[in-house]
Design a protein around this ligand. Sequence first.
Ligand code: FAD
Length: 442
Amino acid sequence: MSINIPQSSLPRVVIAGGGFGGLKLAQELDSRHFQVILIDHHNYHQFPPLIYQVASSGLEPSSIAFPFRSALRKKTGFVFRLAEVQGVAPERNLLLTSVGEVKYDYLILACGGTTNFFGNDQIARHSLPMKTLYESMNLRNVLLQNIEKALVSDDEERRNALLTVAIVGGGPSGVEIAGALAEMKRYVLPKDYPYLDSSLFRIHLLDASPRLLQAMSERSSETAARGLREMGVEIHTGTMVSDYDGKTLRLSDGSEMKTRTVIWVSGIVANAVEGIQAEALGRGRRILVDEHNEVKGLTNVFAIGDQCLMTADANYPNGHPQLAQVAIQQARLLARNLRARQEGKPLSPFHYKDLGSMATIGRNRAVAEIRGAKWGGFTAWMLWLVVHLRSILSVRNKVIVLLNWIWNYVTYDRSLRLILKRNIPVEPYHQREQRERREHEE
Ligand SMILES: Cc1cc2nc3c(=O)[nH]c(=O)nc-3n(C[C@H](O)[C@H](O)[C@H](O)COP(=O)(O)OP(=O)(O)OC[C@H]3O[C@@H](n4cnc5c(N)ncnc54)[C@H](O)[C@@H]3O)c2cc1C
């Protein structure tokens, strides 16, 4: 089935996935030389670094998302199709999607990754991932609903479980959501729920490794842990989760934690694309590419960003970290390399330039490491704010995010605590009480 793409005499570049890598590539390709087709299963580009603020009611989803059609409106001949990428048939130069097949001259796989539950279906079913806007809204709804349920529960054990949040994964996402929830506990809960003892709201941050923020220095890791502890977060390093059934989180040392909210930010696995041979897949299902991002064993098929694994960069023999800057820099170079290939010129190899890393802990607190220099506290927090504000797409979104931040900072509040999913039980309350008592006894 064709998907009605206009004919063009230009070579066609099909980009699968409009995240940091795919969108940057679409922006960089010159429409005088290529016909650019972007396929994504969302009609918007999202900004993952601020997803935790959507989950914790600090920002609305629309302020960190931007429609592809607006983002690329000025690009002549640009085509966007909303579709699920399903596979590739390289022998016929076809990308297979949920709405039909797309012929390509060059195919770029930029579908990123998804949450890795390490094969544990039960954890996948009951815990809350936080990689997409949809997931962050779901997480926000569950968090707020659990507080509401706790308010009307007279079973102490159930109430405590509803008010206990376990965050699994001590990387930047885990640290940031822990800090945001700790601020919610300190500043928002006492105002919104004056009859709730907010000390019952407990936030646990668990990680299997010996320290938080493994990718940063020990100094930043200690600063983050100290900051979070001061804010009331209970940190459990060297602690592996073995199972979660929706009520009890089981840890590998045999201990248990009763909780109704497990936020899983512990791993990533590349999104799968049918038709890529097993020999071309590496660690974390990432697609193996050479120094030009061309997929192992294929011609004119490239993969960039989180979905690929390049071991040819001398400074990163085990592959690059799965970060926005890697995807963006690969996209920039690939745009130049596609032009070079068109002209029969040699391609340039990719070398990642590390621009630094940072994580925010809370109000006036963050850690940042840029080119060997390390900051903690207010300076790092200001740096974090500026870097993230600059990176958000569109002036409108920048203004909205900035205003929200100012509002939250000045008022110590978060204005967006709407529960947008109706989940009031339809079962009569006396029947529900009996059922819950039965379940509790079982
Ligand atoms: C919560 C969170 C916070 C983060 N914070 C930071 C940070 O602070 N700094 C940093 O550098 N990095 C951060 N990252 C990592 C960073 O977001 C990724 O490294 C980066 O997005 C990778 O870019 P990409 O283009 O490879 O993939 P993505 O940006 O993930 O884009 C993939 C695109 O493909 C689309 N897609 C996926 N599957 C399909 C399919 N089957 N069909 C059609 N479309 C599909 C998606 O909709 C998406 O638009 C964070 C990630 C998360 C999840």
